[in-house]
Design a protein around this ligand. Structure first.
Ligand code: F6R
Length: 262
């Protein structure tokens, strides 16, 4: 795993955006895996800026989002479909039919999950997956002790995730759905590249456990230690508990030209 420590979320997001842009320029029909939540917002703003000012072209790009709440329709204020439409898709030249978010209103959830997996496979697999991390170490909504082999399926959120996400529901935990559809950890590990973003002191514990702790399902993100191409973009606050932070800075600063892609 490559650890990239930047001064703040803005710089970390811009570095991550450069990796996404490089892929989209090299492969205009790239398949991107996308995340929601507060973390990727600055990344999406930077991609929108690159689209407007540098002509970054999304016309052939295909996307698959990680997750969606069960029971929220696409037009619900807090649905992840609406989040993506408002914060990214409506502001770039992507074709809406090329964007995919699990259907939180599916009548047959297992069938919808299987179809989602099939759609990813039919698209040729995910080239680059964007990830955030929960304060409990979840990726997508794969909560602690999720199977590392899991595929897209229904999951129950932990109480901690419900409490963390209540801020999007006016602070009212009772409004946060307890169930979701999420890509599995196996699905995420199949992506050819994973880039995880984590900003702020409340992510420091999970970041340290992910990077320097044992690989264990109690800390789902730690599986990225086994991914052949994973980059972690963090700010100084999220890097606080890393034992080898100075080493990661030294590696990044001394990266040879041919390796410099962020
Ligand atoms: C969202 C997702 C989650 C979030 C995580 C962090 O699609 O998959 O894993 O990335 O809960 O959320 P924020 O960024 O709001 O702290």
């Amino acid at each position: 795993m490559e650890i990239i420590i930047k001064k703040d979320a803005q710089e970390g997001s811009c570095a991550a955006a450069r990796v996404v842009a490089r892929l989209v320029r090299a492969k205009p029909d790239a398949v991107l895996g996308l995340a929601t939540g507060s973390t990727p917002l600055t990344l999406y703003k930077e991609l929108i800026r690159m689209h407007n000012e540098e002509g970054l072209d999304f016309s052939e790009v295909v996307t698959f989002n990680l997750d969606e709440y069960i029971g929220l329709s696409a037009d619900h204020e807090q649905s992840y479909r609406r989040f993506m439409n408002e914060n990214l898709f409506s502001q770039i030249n992507i074709k809406l039919e090329n964007t995919h978010v699990p259907d939180g209103m599916a009548e047959d959830v297992p069938a919808a999950c299987a179809a989602y997996e099939q759609a990813i496979a039919d698209a040729g697999g995910i080239d680059l997956q964007v990830l955030g991390i929960g304060s409990d170490g979840h990726v997508g909504f794969n909560e602690p002790t999720s199977s590392f082999a899991s595929r897209t399926r229904i999951k129950t959120l932990t109480r901690q995730t419900v409490a963390d996400n209540a801020r999007f529901f006016g602070g009212d935990e009772s409004k946060v759905p307890h169930h979701c559809i999420t890509m599995g950890i196996g699905t995420i590990m199949d992506a050819r590249m994973n880039i995880m973003l984590a900003f702020g002191a409340n992510k420091a514990d999970a970041v340290a456990a992910t990077v320097e702790g044992p690989v264990a399902s109690i800390m789902p993100a730690s599986i990225l230690q086994h991914h052949p191409s994973a980059k972690l973009f963090i700010d100084e606050a999220a890097a606080t508990d890393l034992k080898l932070a100075d080493y990661y800075r030294w590696v990044y600063e001394g990266k040879p030209e041919w390796q410099a892609d962020a």
